[in-house]
Write a protein that binds this ligand. Structure first.
Ligand SMILES: Cc1cc2nc3c(=O)[nH]c(=O)nc-3n(C[C@H](O)[C@H](O)[C@H](O)COP(=O)(O)OP(=O)(O)OC[C@H]3O[C@@H](n4cnc5c(N)ncnc54)[C@H](O)[C@@H]3O)c2cc1C
Length: 380
């Protein structure tokens, strides 16, 4: 079928050149649009999203309002150095504060349920306990809270957990409804006058001396003074040279469990497994390390290998999940790199990116969006 031509109204109102086009309508794209409009209401901004919904990670994650687990933060001390690791914790902490300032808990089903990290007895746990006082002291400087992480082994049984020996509790972590969050944020930026093109993929782009030209898969091109790439794990498809690899994450959700005693967010194996209560169901994700090569992918499909690993984890560790059917399975795409900090960068005076959320974008996206907006408005 031949494509209809665009009317003058469509061309002038929708396909007109914009001040800024944001590619990617996930959390980072949305928060960036919000902060840009907040500081410069006069800017004409459009977001281009290839999914009918923002189908990357933002509506496909586990919904942890993620502060970070002690094992993971102490590992970051080793790999990134203490200062950088703490900077990342501070980003998460401040990001969550921004999030909670903008949305009443009921709107995004936010629960201040607290989080746990599970351990088996062994060197990893011993090392953690040796570093715990120092870590809590560092975190008190950031949060004013003391202690952030405390032993809670006696809760293992009450929570219905088996096959772990130790538990650490963190009162600062929470859980939310990722779909409601993205929906609320989308409504917020629409109400500020941002245009959103959904179901529209950018398939190529070039930069001239006066503008950025973006080719879409819909037979029209879009033009802007500046572009901000917020495509996270998909950034590898259209931007060269970034230290970034797509990392698929898979999730399953059980059928409702009568009298479920598990409550909170849970981390295990340095974040390779994570689970939480979701009403009276259990949401469990991770196991990427079981097949890391296949999971280095931008495909949104689940695989038998990872789903079986997740089911086996469920059977082994969560007493009340035994024999319960799985009602939902899905996959989303994160971005990882050699460093864990996000890339918020000007690639040229017209081209910017805010990518590589390292699997904690729910928490850090508000701050990343703020920093990206600051960077762009400083140059304007
Ligand atoms: C299974 C899983 C569990 C997770 N759990 C948590 C958690 O509990 N807590 C937490 O803090 N974080 C979690 N994360 C990470 C978090 O979801 C991400 O860090 C965050 O959503 C990234 O947001 P983003 O906007 O950068 O990327 P995305 O949400 O991926 O958004 C990028 C958007 O760009 C669009 N796009 C890509 N290419 C193009 C193109 N060429 N043209 C147009 N549009 C394009 C995509 O469709 C996508 O919607 C999880 C991620 C996954 C996958």
């Amino acid at each position: 079928m031949e494509q209809a031509t665009f009317s003058i109204w469509e061309q002038e109102a929708y396909l007109c050149s914009r001040d800024i086009i944001i590619v990617g309508g996930g959390l980072v794209g949305l928060w960036s649009a919000w902060f840009l409009k907040q500081s410069r209401p006069d800017l004409d901004i459009a977001i281009v999203e290839r999914g009918q919904l923002p189908m990357g990670a933002s509506t496909r994650n586990a919904g942890f309002a993620c502060f970070g687990s002690p094992g993971e933060i102490l590992e970051d001390y080793k790999t990134m150095g203490r200062d950088q690791a703490l900077e990342l914790v501070e980003m998460r902490y401040k990001g969550l504060k921004i999030l909670r300032r903008h949305f009443p808990p009921g709107l995004i089903n936010f629960e201040a349920c607290g989080g746990y990290e599970c351990f088996s007895t062994g060197k990893q746990y011993d090392d953690l306990m040796n570093g715990l006082d120092g870590l809590n002291k560092d975190l008190a400087d950031i949060t004013g809270y003391k202690p952030v992480f405390s032993p809670s082994d006696s809760s293992l049984e009450d929570l219905g957990l088996t096959g772990f020996d130790h538990l650490l509790f963190n009162p600062l972590e929470g859980a939310l409804h990722s779909g409601l969050l993205v929906r609320a944020l989308t409504q917020m930026v629409l109400s500020m006058g941002v245009t959103i093109f959904t179901d529209t993929q950018i398939v190529g782009w070039d930069e001239s001396s006066t503008s950025i030209n973006l080719q879409t898969d819909r037979g029209f091109a879009l033009h802007a003074e500046q572009v901000l790439w917020c495509t996270n794990g998909f950034a590898v498809e259209l931007i060269k040279g970034l230290d970034l690899t797509p990392a698929r994450g898979q999730v399953l959700v059980t059928e409702p469990i009568a009298g479920l005693s598990l409550k909170g967010t849970f981390h295990f194996d340095q974040g390779y497994y994570y689970f939480r209560h979701l009403g009276d169901r259990i949401l469990l994700g991770g196991a990427r390390n079981q097949d890391i090569e296949t999971e280095t992918s931008t495909a949104l499909q689940t695989t038998d290998t990872i789903q079986q690993a997740l089911e086996s984890f469920l059977e082994t560790h969560i007493t009340q999940a035994k024999g319960i059917s799985i009602s939902h399975r899905w996959a989303g795409v994160m971005a990882m790199g050699n460093e864990k900090k996000p890339i918020i960068q000007a690639l040229s005076p017209r081209v910017f990116c805010a990518v590589r959320m390292s699997g904690v974008g729910v928490a850090i996206a508000p701050l990343v969006g703020q920093k990206a907006a600051d960077l762009i408005t400083r140059i304007n």
